[in-house]
Write a protein that binds this ligand. Structure first.
Ligand code: FAD
Ligand code: DLZ
Ligand code: SF4
Length: 508
């Protein structure tokens, strides 16, 4: 009996469980470019182009390997427009009554598959190192789900950077050697770039025609779109950037968008690279003496620690997670997130590079756009939708915990033990943005005061009840309490005036 094997746009791995359990001689692979997936949020055109191009190339590879593949292009006249619609159409066409799928990375699509009137077997996505069961077992009975302890278990499980049962270098975490401020000069020229081939060019034309009105610049397009290219990009990173990755992980520069970051998240999340091959390459470089331990450990921690941990939280917490709003924030996302003019250099530069590259690195996402949204009290659901739309690596399983949890504290503190808020001083320490800003980072009040400085105290003041007892925030409240009453009043009224101007659509 023929079955349909569903392969989604972020499941482009030879080792995908649905493919591993399929029968090449009898089963038929089904892949489809559909409007539902391309527009449930208004994805950045670069992200849509990346997904479609990588899907087309993966389908071609499967065919070369002897699979029978039914591939629907977006503009095909009989395209049903959704994954369930395409499954039903192809089932009727082929007579297949059963479907084998690997679990999608989003509750929305899991539910849609469950609701499809076909017999669909949903297999675990074993491209991740931690299964749902493993994460549940780890989480059971713990008061706090801290990433650091999960990460140690993942090191033991994978054997990465272990010497027997001890961590290499006798420490689990070398972060105190990391987080240097922005360097004067960056020696790395950025991620490897690829010239679009015929398949990519065709997709670029399609995306331009159909999604050209989405936020984001489509061309130039230099992303890898198959595993071979993605592996070359990884090798390039390991050789040229990883040695400095740890040191400058948190630094930001207005004229350098990538610093020493890997820029591999779209490839990893779509399945072109696997977490273990990436981490093994980093460990090998360290063992060969080419990369310092703080860089290799810090990098591997992001992948087997943070990445697996946030996925665990997403599936543990359930479908309502993205709509949580523990701080009751309700302000609309200001137009500057969509490219409207702002005098704040840090926001302006982070949004501009997001618009052009569909990429910003972790600290820009957390401490610039995320920090501002949290301080200003923006509705976390709008923030969530923004991040899900604008980044080329955004899928809900990874985006929502990072945004709703880590960045906006909207899950009430499951991921973050305290909110990631800071005044302008942090941004000034870690970047060169403030040097060219209209606002003065050292100024706490007055017309030129950095908005982060004003909003920081406004946030702490309005959430006093929730956070003043938090041991990690005591110092902040003591500093606020030591300020004299009239200064406090000035700070709060200027912060409120800034928010009012922003709400009225004025440029800030
Ligand atoms: P590097 O800095 O070089 O790190 C290497 C790899 O580690 C990344 O490719 C990624 O796979 C992994 N990684 C690092 N941090 C995290 C993390 N917190 N969660 C999961 N994986 C991590 N990452 C996404 O993949 N998709 C998202 O939609 C996403 N949204 C984010 C939203 C916010 C508010 C924040 C603070 C972080 C978000 N991240 C997201 C995590 C991180 O910013 C990106 O993974 C990273 O910037 C990707 O670029 P890179 O490959 O150059 O990463
Ligand atoms: C992101 C994306 C886009 C833009 N388009 C498609 C598509 O047309 N067909 C498809 O199978 N997958 C696409 N994807 C990826 C899915 O949205 C992704 O599988 C879910 O969000 C679950 O992670
Ligand atoms: Fe951003 Fe404030 Fe620095 Fe301007 S002064 S770049 S607003 S932190």
């Amino acid at each position: 009996m023929t079955r349909l094997i569903l392969v989604l746009g972020d499941q482009l791995s030879d080792r995908l469980s649905a493919l591993a359990q399929a029968d090449k001689a009898n089963d038929i692979v089904m892949m489809a470019e559909v409007y539902d997936e391309a527009s449930y949020v208004r994805h950045h055109p670069k992200k849509i182009a990346f997904v479609f191009a990588a899907m087309r190339k993966f389908a071609a590879r499967l065919r070369d390997a002897g699979w029978q593949v039914l591939y629907t292009q977006l503009d095909d006249t009989d395209n049903a427009g959704s994954i369930p619609g395409e499954l039903l159409r192809r089932a009727e066409e082929t007579g297949a009554t059963k479907v084998l799928a690997t679990e999608p990375g989003e509750w929305r699509l899991i539910q849609a598959l469950r609701d499809t009137p076909l017999e669909i077997d949903i297999l675990q996505d074993d491209r991740f190192l931690a299964s749902h069961q493993m994460f549940e077992d780890w989480a059971k009975g713990r008061k706090q789900l801290r990433m650091e302890y999960f990460y140690r278990d993942m090191r033991r499980l994978t054997g990465l950077m272990m010497e027997g049962d001890k961590p290499a270098g006798d420490k689990w975490n070398f972060d105190h050697d990391n987080r240097k401020p922005a360097p004067d000069a960056v020696t790395h020229s950025g991620p490897m770039q690829f010239t679009p081939d015929e398949t990519v060019e065709e997709v670029l034309d399609l995306v331009e025609a159909r999604f050209g009105n989405h936020f984001g610049t489509l061309r130039p397009f230099h992303l890898a779109t198959d595993t071979k290219q993605a592996r070359r990009a990884l090798t390039h990173f390991i050789k040229h950037a990883l040695p400095s990755f740890g040191d400058y992980q948190d630094a930001m520069l207005r004229d350098n968008r990538f610093l020493y970051h890997a820029v591999i998240s779209p490839y990893l999340n779509a399945g072109l690279l696997s977490p273990m091959e990436i981490c093994q390459a980093a460990e090998d470089a360290w063992r060969a003496g080419d990369v310092p331990i703080n860089a290799a450990e810090g990098f591997i921690r992001q992948i087997i620690g943070w990445r697996e941990y946030v996925r665990g939280i997403y599936f543990l917490e359930g479908p309502d997670y993205p709509s949580r709003n523990a701080l009751n924030h309700s302000r609309d996302l200001p137009a500057m997130y969509w490219g409207a003019e702002t005098r704040m250099t840090c926001i302006d530069r982070s949004v501009a590079q997001t618009q052009e590259e569909a990429y910003a690195h972790h600290i820009q996402r957390l401490m610039v756009t995320g920090n501002f949204a949290l301080l200003a009290g923006i509705d976390p659901h709008q923030v969530h939708e923004w991040y899900l739309s604008v980044y080329f690596d955004a899928y809900e399983w990874v985006e929502a915990p990072n945004v709703v949890g880590m960045s906006q504290f909207a899950d009430g503190g499951i991921i973050a033990s305290k909110p990631y808020v800071s005044s302008g001083a942090y941004i000034n320490r870690m970047s060169d943005y403030c040097k060219s800003c209209h606002y003065k980072v050292a100024q706490k009040t007055g017309e030129s005061a950095c908005p982060f400085n004003l909003l920081y105290w406004h946030f702490l003041d309005r959430h006093r009840e929730r956070f003043s007892q938090n041991a990690r925030m005591g110092n902040m409240y003591r500093t606020w309490d030591r300020m004299d009453a009239s200064r406090k009043e000035t700070v709060l009224s200027e912060a409120q005036a800034l928010l009012d101007r922003m709400d009225a659509g004025e440029m800030i």
